[in-house]
Design a protein around this ligand. Structure first.
Ligand code: NAI
Ligand code: MG
Length: 335
């Protein structure tokens, strides 16, 4: 995911959105401003409140702004999420969805030794949602697998492994049943693997993978898979390490990249300064690595780790009593 295009200054599109999106974004920007990097932020409107105010949940100016930026930070949308975030991913052709699954201290993770990345194809597979109209018998959905898109995502996964000192990539499919579509995925997986002779490979069926994630989660480094399987396995991954407040993600395309927490606008706690900003912060750390700012990313992540080691300094979802702003201030102190 990291590029080497470290620049003197970056233009960042910031779309806080609804509910706790606003609060976790502010906390994250406060920490980013404490790093020695020159960011120019341009703020964009989107989401439920934007719809109420302007009549559209995703104004075209916001999309243009994202297009013209080096990267985008996105908070959360509410009920308009499908019209906002799903639309941005499609419009920007963000083909790779990256979800790191990592165990942090003081969290409900199944094992302390979990640290892997799910690389999910974001543009085709089952989620083209091409469901023919009902038939006499029921309904039919099409699953599209193209050589080009699968080669692109598999190559992305191997390249990510190479750049991040990972030693193994696991391809996940169901080629024993879906012989043509997933047969093709598996074939391309091993073709691409030949370009990366230093990286070990294995492939598993998706159902077995679902079990191995529970029985031996430490054994995974990078998982690459098609759209629907990636969606399901990444929520299983979130369950492994416990808690929406800690799960970041990245959407990467040829023309841009967007970084967002996996959680939504959390209307139940919005406006109370209670939200855990760490998922948004970890998303911004993925952005720093994407921009090639690895030293700052390491500094930021270590500061978060220090705070995670002290249960008193955490927000209530992690058993503490700190507010969003107190947690952010503590992280800034630890930088
Ligand atoms: P949610 O992720 O907003 O909240 C689920 C539960 O987790 C809530 O109890 C919430 O308080 C808690 N939670 C989530 N993030 C937290 C954080 N950072 N710190 C502490 N607690 C946290 O999901 P929900 O309730 O299903 O959806 C609420 C709204 O968000 C809906 O309108 C939905 O459409 C939208 N949504 C938007 C997404 C996006 O913009 N990417 C993703 C998921 C939901
Ligand atoms: Mg999902």
């Amino acid at each position: 995911m990291s590029t080497s295009k470290t620049k003197d200054s970056y233009k960042i599109a910031v779309v806080p959105g609804d509910g706790i999106g606003q609060e976790v974004m502010k906390a994250t920007i406060d920490v980013l401003n404490s790093l020695d990097i020159d960011f120019e932020y341009v703020y964009g409107d989107a989401g439920d409140e934007c719809l109420e105010r302007t009549g559209t949940a995703l104004p075209s100016e916001t999309l243009d702004m994202i297009r013209e930026s080096d990267a985008c930070l996105f908070g959360a949308a509410g009920e308009t999420a499908a019209d906002v975030i799903v639309k941005i991913r499609q419009e920007m052709k963000m083909f790779a969805n990256l979800r790191p699954v990592k165990a942090y201290p003081n969290t409900n993770s199944l094992s302390d030794d979990i640290d892997f990345m799910i690389v999910r194809e974001n543009t085709e597979g089952m989620y083209i949602a091409d469901e023919e109209s009902y038939t006499d018998e029921g309904a039919v959905a099409k699953r599209i697998i193209t050589r080009e898109a699968e080669r692109r995502i598999i190559d992305y996964a191997f390249n990510y492994a190479a750049e991040n000192n990972k030693s193994k990539v696991t391809g996940v499919h169901k080629a024993n049943v879906l012989k043509k579509t997933d047969g093709l995925f598996k074939e391309i997986f091993y073709e691409v693997a030949k370009d990366y002779p230093d990286i070990a490979t294995e492939d598993f069926y998706v159902d077995a993978t679902a079990m191995y994630l529970i029985t031996q989660p430490e054994s995974f480094e990078i998982i690459v898979t098609t759209n629907l399987f990636g969606d399901i396995l990444s929520d299983e991954g979130a369950g492994l390490v416990g808690g929406l407040g800690l799960i970041p993600s990245a959407n990467i395309g040829e023309d841009g990249a967007l970084f967002e927490p996996v959680h939504g606008s959390a209307p139940d706690i919005a406006g109370q300064n209670k939200a855990n900003p760490i998922a948004m912060m970890l998303s911004s750390i993925m952005m720093l690595r994407y921009l090639g700012e690895n030293d700052s990313a390491d500094r930021f992540e270590s500061a978060i780790l220090k705070v995670l080691n002290d249960a008193n300094k955490l927000t209530s979802d992690l058993g503490g009593s700190a507010t969003t702003t107190e947690l952010a201030d503590e992280i800034i102190k630890n930088l």
